[in-house]
Ligand binder design. Structure first.
Ligand code: CA
Length: 225
């Protein structure tokens, strides 16, 4: 049973998070202040930490910095009421793995937490999945509908990128920058060719379409039809 620490000073929210997480099969430790949270995080065994930023005393960001500086390596999901881009970026720079802006849907929290706990403690993801397709990032295998698919190195990276952005539009500029790491200018056709090759491999007849074209913009991989 995965074990998580939740640090949150709003009593009602803390109680409902604990209850909901337990119903979803987690063992939950709670703390209501930054000091308590830091203490539990450094003395108890756990698989992940859910950390509110606005806490009395030592605030969440300070707790996170202190924990990372003593080698705390478990994934951290930040809860924040602040909705500005700077806060999000500084949260992630400060050693958080993901964040949720309050108010959030509990289902969203469960999904984010599951994704974080799939990574190992070095922060590496082990598996990516969408619909009936899964990628084992360590063994570098792609399996769809139970059958292994042979892909090239570039196709593998491209598919992994799509699976990290499920249901979000991926532009050709993003692909040029993040997958090819080259300026867009020379790549427009190359990108389309690779996406075409990848589609042929992962969307064999009888399987549903995963990679959709967004005309004039790029692509989107959808997890449902
Ligand atoms: Ca708070």
């Amino acid at each position: 049973m995965p074990r998580v620490l939740v640090v949150e000073d709003e009593k009602k929210l803390l109680a409902s998070l604990k209850k909901g997480l337990e119903q979803d099969g987690y063992e939950v430790i709670t703390a209501a202040t930054g000091e308590e949270g830091y203490y539990s995080a450094t003395t108890e065994k756990m698989d992940g930490l859910i950390l509110d930023l606005m806490l009395p005393g030592r605030d969440g960001m300070q707790v996170l910095n202190d924990l990372r500086s003593v080698g705390f390596s478990q994934p951290v999901l930040i809860l924040t009421a602040k909705d500005s881009v700077e806060d999000r970026v500084s949260g992630l720079d400060g050693g958080a793995d993901d964040y949720l802006v309050k108010p959030f849907a509990f289902a969203e929290l469960l999904a984010r937490l599951r994704a974080l706990l799939r990574r190992d403690t070095t922060g590496r993801e082990l598996m990516l999945r969408v619909a009936d397709l899964e990628m084992d990032l360590i063994a570098r295998r792609v399996v769809r509908d139970g059958e292994e698919i042979e892909v090239s190195q570039r196709e593998f990276e491209l598919l992994a990128y799509f699976l990290r952005h499920v249901n979000a539009v991926v532009t050709r500029d993003m692909l040029a920058r993040d997958v090819w790491q080259e300026p867009m200018g020379v790549l427009t056709n190359v990108i389309d060719v690779y996406v075409g090759l990848l589609r042929k491999k992962v969307e064999r007849p009888g399987l549903r379409q995963l990679i959709h074209t967004v005309r004039g913009v790029g692509y989107v991989v959808r997890d449902s039809p």
